[in-house]
Design a protein around this ligand. Structure first.
Ligand SMILES: Cc1cc2nc3c(=O)[nH]c(=O)nc-3n(C[C@H](O)[C@H](O)[C@H](O)COP(=O)(O)OP(=O)(O)OC[C@H]3O[C@@H](n4cnc5c(N)ncnc54)[C@H](O)[C@@H]3O)c2cc1C
Length: 438
């Protein structure tokens, strides 16, 4: 991706922005910064080898998972000029069905009712990775340094100094830490994180169905944890009957997760059928199963002079509400905009008050989104009859009252939590390089 031979020869470099971690969030931020066209030298340091052709084989961010994108994420990818390409392999979520296993309460939200083409969009992470990496390859102001990790990092006058595992030393005006929930770089700077272990594991797999999902996303709360089935695009080449697919995220206590991962395909399908029911017809096959421990991890600091922590390194959420990436993308869109505005006013890149201004703008969105994804599984995990009754009355009310459905749909689409900061950022965003040259 970068001019590797030259990079290997160099032993020290100066950069404007160095992003550590080229996952979903780091790569998106690099593209946002590049689209500002401010002449910055932007670097992405990624631990794994990088390839647009098969990002899944290399980078953990672009593994076999799927991600539900909200409307706010669509808006950001539209600005980056990537939406049209992404959209060729996205499944629309037209309806969301929420239910509570063993109780009568359920609710259905419909895109049509909200006058929207979709309530969200499901993208396979591998496809998202290909599109992001391909776009990065085409920018000439973003340099990818991979595989490389940060061995040492320390503040210096007007910036940060990084020593990479490749032997390269970088002095950068702004260090962006985007190396995931277990951020090594955050730790090297002595920034603690607060961890809350939910004592659960998310088992993720694609399942094929006997019938079409009709673009409905299912969120089912059970006594052992929530499960989601997100619509995927059908596969064209397989025999009729098995082409319909959904992406499963099944949250379970660790010992149960181990059992369902070790189970034979037929045992797995029958356990799943039992927990989920028959709303999607019969589960026919299951793909490779992966598991992710579920923790809420929040960085105790997100900004310092010449440094900002983003993505999972800043806040890693329970996947139940499908909001982690959507929130992080809103964060980095607002960050890019704040940096551009500060540059216009002649501020130095990496100035603390600019970074604090960014955090102030995103604080409410972060708080609300984290609260939502923390509360939902808790409320639905309570088995006590009075709580279950109130919860089910809530679901019935959601199903019956259009205003509630409208508010809930906006929440899921990232429109309710984003406040005004993102709207302003998006409208203030500069034209992309293409249009400037064109
Ligand atoms: C089961 C599951 C389902 C989810 N579903 C959704 C959903 O539907 N919608 C949604 O919005 N969010 C969802 N999320 C959350 C989403 O996956 C995360 O928000 C997203 O992955 C965060 O991306 P990131 O780039 O910050 O971190 P990561 O994806 O962890 O990427 C970090 C990158 O940094 C690199 N790296 C690590 N260490 C170093 C180092 N020392 N030096 C250099 N590079 C390094 C890694 O190789 C990786 O490429 C889900 C999460 C899970 C677990």
């Amino acid at each position: 991706m970068s001019e590797q031979p030259k990079e290997e020869l160099a032993t020290s470099q100066q950069a404007d922005v160095t992003i550590v971690g080229g996952g979903m969030v780091g790569a998106s931020l690099a593209l946002l910064l590049s689209s500002l066209n401010l002449g910055w030298r932007i670097q992405v340091v990624e631990a794994f080898p990088v390839s647009a052709a098969s990002p899944d084989l290399l980078q953990p961010s672009f593994d076999a998972r799927s991600t539900a994108l909200s409307h706010s994420s669509r808006e950001i990818f539209e600005i980056l000029g990537l939406w049209e390409t992404l959209n060729t392999r996205l499944a629309d979520i037209r309806d969301v069905h929420v239910s509570d296993r063993g109780h009568i309460g359920s609710a259905r939200l419909r895109a049509e009712e909200q006058n929207l083409p979709a309530l969200g969009y499901v993208v396979e992470n591998q496809w998202l990775g290909s599109v992001l990496m391909e776009a990065l390859q085409q920018t000439d102001d973003v340099e990818i340094i991979a595989p490389a990790t940060v061995e040492d990092v320390s503040p210096v006058q007007g910036g940060m100094e990084l020593c990479l595992s490749t032997g390269l030393d970088i002095t950068t005006k702004l260090l962006v830490i985007a190396d995931g929930a277990q951020s090594n770089t955050r730790e090297k700077l002595g920034i603690d994180a607060t961890t809350k272990d939910y004592g659960q594991v998310a088992v993720v797999a694609n399942v094929s169905l006997s019938q079409s999902h009709n673009n409905i996303a299912y969120e089912r709360f059970t006594d052992s944890g929530p499960m989601a089935l997100l619509p995927l695009l059908p596969i064209k080449e397989v025999p009729l009957g098995n082409k319909h697919r959904s992406a499963l995220v099944w949250t379970l206590p660790p010992e149960r997760a181990e059992e369902v991962i070790a189970a034979s395909e037929s045992e797995f399908l029958s356990l799943l059928q039992d927990r989920f029911g028959h709303r999607l017809g019969q589960f026919k096959h299951v793909g490779t199963r992966h598991s992710y421990p579920i923790r809420l991890i929040t960085s105790n600091e997100q900004v310092r002079s010449n440094m900002v922590v983003v993505g999972n390194a800043a806040h890693s959420l329970h996947p139940v509400a499908g909001q982690g990436f959507n929130l992080a993308l809103r964060d980095v869109a607002v960050l890019a905009n704040e940096l551009a505005q500060a540059a216009d006013k002649g501020s130095e890149l990496g100035e603390l008050k600019v970074l604090q201004g960014y955090l102030e703008k995103q604080q409410m969105d972060q708080k609300q989104t984290i609260l939502l994804s923390d509360l939902l599984p808790k409320v639905f995990a309570i088995g006590a009859a009075p709580v279950a009754l109130v919860r089910n009355l809530g679901l019935l009310a959601l199903d019956a009252v259009p205003l509630f459905r409208h508010q809930f749909a906006r929440l899921g689409m990232g429109l309710e939590t984003k406040g005004t900061s993102l709207d302003k950022s998006l409208s203030n965003n500069r034209p992309q390089k293409v249009s400037q040259h064109g």
